[in-house]
Design a protein around this ligand. Structure first.
Ligand SMILES: [Zn+2]
Length: 192
């Protein structure tokens, strides 16, 4: 697995660079980033460059929760910290129910399945799976009416018919599928 995005800078990673340790009086190369504030949204500049010895000392004394309110600390200590937020972001980007809405996994699976079920006609007329396949063959939406059905049929027959293609029979299969789909659909409840 490869990572598409560069990782967030971490204070324990070494970054070879010119420049001294930011600890006053230290002349070692500052090759380790030490954050001055927790969280990843403070933007650049909220860190110092330290040498290995000083970043070790910094890590040992670093208090992640410094500057946080009691509520923020409680949230950050929650074992689901981060996960919950990611789930929420995922849910808002999709119409499917969240796993966390359900206590029963089977119920959750069924609800997610229902969310991906093909859409029904706006007029409430029933469509069988076969009807749906035939509509697709004719390039029609589930809400197509009888007029659209006839129009699509005549367009496709004209397009695929050998008489209209200089005797080219390469569309014969498509023509046959078109005729069969139309014949089934014109008798279907949705187009009665
Ligand atoms: Zn140093």
């Amino acid at each position: 697995m490869t990572e598409a995005k560069p990782r967030n800078p971490r204070f324990h990673g070494r970054t070879p660079r010119d420049g001294q340790c930011d600890e006053p009086g230290c002349d070692q190369p500052g090759e380790f980033r030490a954050p001055l504030s927790p969280g990843g949204f403070d933007g650049p500049g909220h860190y110092r460059w330290l040498c290995l010895d000083h970043v070790r000392a910094f890590n040992a004394s670093y208090n992640y929760f410094r500057g946080m309110s009691p509520e923020q600390i409680t949230e950050a200590q929650n074992p689901l910290h981060g996960w919950e937020r990611a789930t929420r972001a995922f849910a808002s980007a999709s119409d499917t129910p969240r796993w966390s809405d359900f206590s029963d996994p089977l119920e959750a699976i069924q609800a997610r399945f229902a969310a991906t079920r093909p859409k029904d006609r706006a007029d409430g007329r029933p469509l069988s799976d076969g009807n749906r396949r035939d509509l697709k063959t004719l390039g029609l939406d589930v809400d197509a009416d009888r007029r659209a059905l006839r129009q699509a049929y005549s367009d496709l027959v004209r397009r695929y018919h050998p008489d209209r293609n200089g005797g080219d029979r390469s569309h014969e299969k498509a023509l046959q599928a078109t005729v069969e789909a139309y014949n089934r659909l014109k008798g279907a409840a949705a187009f009665a």
